[in-house]
Design a protein around this ligand. Sequence first.
Ligand code: SIN
Length: 551
Amino acid sequence: MTPRYLINPGFSTKIHPYADCIIIGSGIAGLSTAIRLSEHTIKVLTKSSFSASTTWYAQGGVAAAIKKPDGWKKHYEDTITAGQGLCDRKAVEILVKNAPEMIENLIEIGTNFDIIDGEISLTTEGGHSYPRILHAGGDATGEEVEKSLVSFTRELKKVNFIPDYFVLDILTSENRCLGVTGFDTKRGEIEIHPSSNVLISTGGIGQLYEISTNPSISTGDGIAMAYRAGAEIMDIEFVQFHPTVFRTNDGELFLISEALRGEGAYLRDCRGNRFMIGKHPLAELAPRDIVVKEMIKTMEISRCNFVYLDATHIPMSLLKIRFPNIISKLNENGLTLEKDLVKVSPAEHYLNGGIWTDYNGRTGIEGVFSCGETAATGAHGANRLASNSLMEGLVYGWRIYQNIGEKLKKSNSGQKETLSDLNKLIEKSKKEIRSSKVLKGSPMDIDTLILKLRSMMSQNVGILRNRAGLERAAEFVNFHIENKNLYDRKDIDALEFANMLTVADLIIKSALIREESRGTHLRSDFPERDDKNWKKHIILKKDKVRFKKVR
Ligand code: SIN
């Protein structure tokens, strides 16, 4: 069973001053909320450098219906269709209706979207019925957005940035937020950061898989700490794989944006045939889960472990403007988009579910919020529509700002009670640590265990799943979760591994429960979508399962 803490708070040696809000993570969700809340004392704690977020890696763009005849209703319908019956309608409405205003806000803080003939250039991606994807730097949208957020936030006096900081746990008393414990990786100290408001925006879980488009920091820390603190985790069985990932000569994985298919590129099997024609009215631009499913079938039939992405018929003058980074990566690997077919295959890309939140980003723990890939607002259902993720971070970050902002306006913002309850919790935790219990430091072979976990997850909990494989993975995960040596140790690899095990455990549990195939969750032993029994969300909380009707 997952323990309450990664490291018992009784081991802390320092209590920092109280902050109005602590934000964990520095991607689009965390930083846009920090900017909005910047009249208050805000602390942004992040595991690596500020720009080392999943946001940075987003190529294709950010979706918003900003130009007629497109409108929010069409964006809404496309999102609902892609979500395969599991989207929360109100969550989607909030997302798409507010999207155009969020774009204006990004432009105000200095984000430069690509402009053609004096107008914002729009493209399309899988599942979109209109061109509504804004992009920047051609295929470097995330990088441009992240750079503008970081440079704007750095100027804000009341926002305190703390990089290279590993947040361990959310501290609570009677289901109320008291702050977090953290591990200062430079000084090797365990510390407490008091606050009645914590936003968990730590991104994805890609490191649980052998192949992922996510950066090395994506180890699911936020979901694991929320679960340990008693938050509800929803729709976590829905792990999205991106269809077109290229493996470089050095074995590095490189995303080839769906926007390339948006500009007309084809998918061909290894014999050169376009296999998406006749499979979906949008062919190569079908929603992502459908493309991946067809790719898997095609790869199996043709006995090739790749398909080709073909952009050779698209004018090079257009490709050069739209995809400078993809072109340069391919050139480094001896390929050109003009002449070559590019070998691609699917890789883990995005978690559709996560920490359950209401429409204001609130989790079930008072004062604990979540936003971005870490959260499950219900807006993505069983399969996220391309380029809705950056927008979700902005829209729900804004809702969280409104919520926390209102709370902080009140004269009693809860600081006194929080500090008093926190002191009691620390005293109790110190007593719990028996004299024999010391923080561990001796090395374990964590690297090997992480590789084993990734292989287990990729083979059994990847695109195609079945009971036998899921149970095999569960056995591995359950065995290691019980290993007491993983906890109470000042070792980032061990702490990340413990978080990864917790998230893996949750994905496997939900994937075993959902006996159907829907969106990004495919069960070979239950190949059909079953609306009668499974049009509902699975929610896990402290080893309990509950189901929630789709709204
Ligand atoms: C891409 O550029 O293909 C990724 C877009 C997304 O995941 O939303």
